[in-house]
Write a protein that binds this ligand. Structure first.
Ligand code: ADP
Length: 217
C-alpha cells in the first residue's frame, strides 16, 4: 500500500464527504491551482482510492488500495512466478524422500507414479508424523504417508497469482504443484507436474513489486 501525503489525505476526506466532485472544486477548497493538484489526483486514482468519472468528477472507492493490489497480482500468471518442483517416485522409501527434502532444500515434495503423473504430496509434517509411530523409514514407501490424489490442491500455469494466493490461504498449505491436465487412454484425468508455487514464491513476488523490479531482471 502506498504512503499518502498530508494533501492526499485531505483530498480523500473532501471526496469522501462531497463526492462526486470536480478537480476544480477540490483545488478551490484546498486553495491551490488545478495544475498543482494533478499529480496527487493521479496517484489517488492509480492506486485505487478514487475513481475519476468524465463529466461527473472524483468519487471515493471504499475498497481503496486493496483493489489495486488485486489488479497488480492479477497481472501475474502462475507461469511467471513458479519455480522448479521437487519430485520423487511413489515407490521411493520415506528415508530417500527425506534426503531429497534436504538436498533439494524443499519443504514439500511431490510424488509421481510410474508414468510420471502426480500421485501425491508429502510435507514436513507428514515426515515428522512417521517419527511418532513404528515405521521403518528405509522400507516403507513414501506413498504410504503422502496426501494423495484426488485430494491435492493444484494450479495451472495460466491461472493468476490472485487465484494461487487464494488457494494457498484457503487450504492452509505451504505449496501447490503447478500442473498440466491430460486425459489418459482410459478416460481418466492425469496431471503432469510442471512447477511449484510456494509461500516463498509469493513473498519474493511482493518484494519484486515493492522495488518495482520486473521478474527476470
Ligand atoms: P507443513 O507440513 O509444513 O505443515 P503444509 O501446511 O503444506 O506443510 O501441509 C499440511 C498438510 O497438507 C500435509 O498433510 C500435506 O500433505 C498436505 N498438503 C500440502 N500441500 C498440499 C496440497 N497442495 N494439496 C493438498 N494437500 C496438501
Amino acid at each position: 500500500m502506498i504512503e499518502l501525503s498530508d494533501r492526499q489525505v485531505r483530498i480523500l476526506e473532501i471526496v469522501k464527504k462531497s463526492g462526486p466532485i470536480t478537480g476544480e472544486k477540490i483545488a478551490e477548497l484546498l486553495d491551490v491551482t488545478r495544475a498543482a493538484l494533478r499529480p496527487d489526483l493521479a496517484v489517488l486514482t492509480m492506486s485505487g482510492y478514487l475513481e475519476a468519472k468524465p463529466r461527473v468528477g472524483y468519487m471515493y472507492r471504499p475498497e481503496g488500495a486493496g483493489n489495486e493490489i488485486r489488479r497488480v497480482l492479477g497481472q501475474y500468471r502462475v507461469k511467471d512466478v513458479k519455480s522448479m518442483p521437487v519430485v520423487v517416485r511413489d515407490d521411493s522409501s520415506i528415508y530417500d524422500a527425506i534426503v531429497t527434502l534436504f538436498t533439494q532444500d524443499a519443504g514439500t515434495i511431490y510424488v509421481v507414479d510410474r508414468e510420471g503423473y502426480l500421485a501425491g504430496v508429502v510435507s514436513r509434517k507428514d515426515f515428522l508424523k512417521t517419527t511418532l509411530g513404528n515405521i521403518d523409514i528405509h522400507k516403507v514407501p513414501v506413498s504410504v504417508i503422502m496426501t494423495r490424489m484426488p485430494n491435492i490442491v493444484t494450479v495451472t500455469p495460466e491461472e493468476t497469482m490472485v487465484d494461487a494466493v487464494k488457494k494457498i490461504v484457503e487450504h492452509e498449505i505451504d505449496s501447490m504443484p503447478v500442473v498440466r491436465r491430460f486425459i489418459h487412454e482410459n478416460g481418466e484425468e492425469r496431471l503432469e507436474v510442471v512447477g511449484r508455487i510456494t509461500k516463498t514464491n509469493i513473498a519474493r513476488l511482493f518484494l519484486d513489486l515493492a522495488y518495482q523490479k520486473q521478474r527476470g531482471d
